[in-house]
Design a protein around this ligand. Structure first.
Ligand code: BES
Ligand code: ZN
Ligand code: ZN
Length: 491
C-alpha cells in the first residue's frame, strides 16, 4: 500500500473516492479540512442526517468527476478527539472502502494535523488494510480480498512523509508477527522460528543470531525448557538475537518471548473450547522477531537482545509428568503441579540464560501466559507486571502512544507463598484458581536476579482476539511490536 502526502492546492489527482472528514458540532458538522479549492456542491452533499459521530460514514456519487464517490467521515467532537478516536474512524473507513472495493482514495487530512495524529491515522490504515489468506482456497476465488492500494493525503506538510514511510516500515514487522501467529502450528514450529531468526541476521548486519538446539540446551542444563518439549516430535530451541543499534553504549534491553508452538496442556490436557486456538501460544516469540526486525529496519539507536524459548507442549508417552521435579537452568528445582503451566517454565530458563550471558540492564518478557488475564481484563489490554516504577510509567506512556493498552497488575510478595513446594524449591502452579495471572508473574520473578528491572506482559487476551474488528481485521494483532519499540526508543 502506498501512502503519500500531496499538495492541497491545485488539481487533485484522480482516485476512486474522496474522503471528507468532519468534526461534530452542535448545529451541524463542520469540515475538518481547509475548504480551499473545494466545490460548494461537494461540501453540502449529504450533510443532512450526518452528525459527525466518530467513525460515522455517509457517501454519495461525486458530481465533479475527479473521484467517483465522496465519503464523509465523522471524527466526533474536536475537543474530545484522541489518537484512539482517530484510529477508530480511519479503521472503519478502511473497512468501508474494502467492502465497496475501493482501492484508491484522496483524503483531506484534518487541518494542521500533528505528527502524533498523522501517525495514528496512517496506523489505522495499515492495521485495517490486512488480510490473512494463506489458508483460503475456494472462498478466496468467490470473494477475492480487496485491499486499499493508494492513499493520497492532502493537508499535511511534506516533511511528514518521513513519518509515514517510517510507520509503513514498522508495519512490516507487525505483519510478520501477525502472519506467524495466524499460521498453522506446524508451519510455525521451533525450526521455522529459527529459520526466520537466521533470515533476519542474514538480512541485517546489525543483527546476530545464535541458536541453541537440543544438544546445546542439554549442555546448558535448561531442564525446564527440555521438560516441556519432551512429548514433542520437533526439537526445542533457544534463539538469541542481538541487535546493536548503539555499539558504543553498553546499555541493553532484553526482550524474551514465550514460543510454545502448540499448547495441548500436556498430560493436564486442555479441553475442547480451550485447545483450538493454542497455535497462538508463540505470540510472544512472534513479537520478539517483529521487535528485532523493526529495530534493525528503522535503525533504532539502542541495543537489544531478543530471546525466544521455543518448544511444543505436546502429549505422548514421553511427555513430562505432573508430580515430577525438574531442575532449571538457574539450579532451582521445580515441582510440576500442572503441565499446562508450561509457559513460565520455558521463560524461567530463558530469563536465567539471558541474565547469565548478556547481563541486560532491563528485561521485558511477552507471553500468552494465562487464561486468567482474559477473565480479569478481557481482550482490551495486556496485563503489565513490573518490579520498577520508572519502567512501568514508560511502558504506560508507550501504550498510550501506540494504542496497545497495558493494565498494571500487582506483584505482591505474598503470592509467592502459594508456589511453595514440599518436595522442590517451588512448584509451577498453585492449587485453586486464585490470582492465576499474578501467580504466573510471581513464578517468573523467582528467576529475576536482584536489581534487574523487569516487566512481564501477559498477552493471552490481546495477541489473538475472539472476534475481529475494523482495526484488527484478522484475529492476530501483532501486539507488542509497536509497544516495545516505542518503549525502547523512549529510553
Ligand atoms: N497458553 C495458556 C494460556 C492461554 C489461555 C493463552 C488462553 C491464550 C489464551 C497457558 O499455558 C495456560 O494454559 N495457562 C494455564 C495456567 C494454569 C494451569 C495455572 C491457565 O491459564 O489456565
Ligand atoms: Zn498451558
Ligand atoms: Zn501456554
Amino acid at each position: 500500500m502506498q501512502i503519500q502526502i500531496v499538495p492541497v492546492a491545485g488539481k487533485r489527482k484522480p482516485a476512486e473516492a474522496l474522503i471528507l472528514p468532519y468534526w461534530q458540532e452542535k448545529k451541524k458538522p463542520i469540515p475538518a479540512f481547509s475548504k480551499a479549492g473545494m466545490d460548494e456542491v461537494l461540501l453540502s452533499l449529504l450533510e443532512e442526517d450526518f452528525k459527525g459521530d466518530v467513525a460515522e460514514i455517509n457517501y454519495s456519487y461525486a458530481p465533479e468527476g475527479v473521484e467517483k464517490k465522496v465519503i464523509l467521515l465523522g471524527l466526533g467532537k474536536k475537543s474530545g478527539s484522541s489518537l484512539a478516536s482517530l484510529r477508530k474512524a480511519f479503521a472503519v473507513l478502511t473497512e468501508f472502502c474494502r467492502k465497496k472495493k475501493i482501492v484508491s482514495i484522496n483524503v483531506f487530512l484534518p487541518n494542521a494535523v500533528e505528527d502524533d495524529n498523522l501517525v495514528a491515522i496512517v496506523d489505522a490504515f495499515c492495521m485495517a488494510n490486512y488480510s490473512f489468506d494463506e489458508s483460503k482456497r475456494e472462498t478466496i476465488k468467490e470473494k477475492p480480498t480487496v485491499l486499499l492500494q493508494k492513499i493520497q493525503l492532502m493537508g499535511g506538510v511534506k516533511k511528514q512523509q518521513e513519518l509515514i514511510d517510517r510507520h509503513l516500515l514498522l508495519m512490516e514487522s507487525v505483519d510478520l508477527a501477525r502472519i506467524l501467529v495466524n499460521r498453522n502450528a506446524d508451519e510455525a514450529k521451533a525450526h521455522d522460528l529459527v529459520l526466520k531468526a537466521k533470515a533476519l541476521a542474514e538480512k541485517y548486519p546489525s543483527i546476530q543470531c545464535e541458536v541453541l538446539g537440543k544438544k546445546e540446551l542439554e549442555k546448558e542444563k535448561m531442564g525446564l525448557l527440555l521438560a516441556v518439549n519432551r512429548g514433542a516430535d520437533h526439537d526445542p530451541a533457544l534463539i538469541v538475537l542481538t541487535y546493536k543499534g548503539d555499539p558504543k553504549n553498553k546499555d541493553t534491553t532484553a526482550v524474551i518471548g514465550k514460543g510454545i508452538t502448540f499448547d495441548t496442556g500436556g498430560l493436564n490436557l486442555k479441553p475442547t473450547g480451550g485447545i483450538e486456538s493454542m497455535r497462538i501460544d508463540m505470540a510472544g516469540a512472534a513479537a520478539v522477531l517483529g521487535i528485532l526486525q523493526g529495530a534493525a529496519s528503522l535503525k533504532i539507536k539502542k541495543n537489544l537482545v531478543g530471546v525466544i524459548a521455543a518448544a511444543e507442549n505436546a502429549i505422548s508417552a514421553k511427555a513430562y509428568k505432573p508430580g515430577d521435579v525438574y531442575i532449571s537452568h538457574s539450579g532451582k528445582s521445580v515441582e510440576i503441579t500442572n503441565t499446562d503451566a508450561e509457559g513460565r517454565l520455558v521463560l524461567a530458563d530463558a530469563l536465567s540464560y539471558v541474565q547469565k550471558y548478556h547481563a541486560p540492564n532491563r528485561i521485558i518478557d511477552l507471553a500468552t501466559l494465562t487464561g486468567g488475564i482474559v477473565v480479569a481484563i478481557g481482550e482490551e489490554a495486556s496485563g503489565l507486571f513490573c518490579n520498577e516504577h520508572k519502567m512501568t510509567e514508560k511502558l504506560k506512556k508507550a501504550a498510550e502512544h501506540t494504542g496497545e493498552r497495558v493494565w498494571e497488575m500487582p506483584l505482591y510478595p505474598e503470592y509467592a507463598k502459594a508456589l511453595k513446594s514440599t518436595i522442590a524449591d517451588l512448584k509451577n502452579s498453585s492449587a485453586g484458581r486464585k490470582a492465576s495471572p499474578c501467580m504466573g508473574a510471581i513464578f517468573l520473578e523467582q528467576f529475576i536476579l536482584k536489581e534487574t528491572p523487569w516487566a512481564h506482559l501477559d498477552i493471552a487476551g490481546t495477541a489473538y482476539l475472539s472476534e475481529t474488528n475494523p482495526y484488527y481485521p484478522s484475529f492476530a494483532t501483532g501486539v507488542g511490536v509497536k509497544l516495545i519499540l516505542s518503549f525502547v526508543e523512549s529510553l
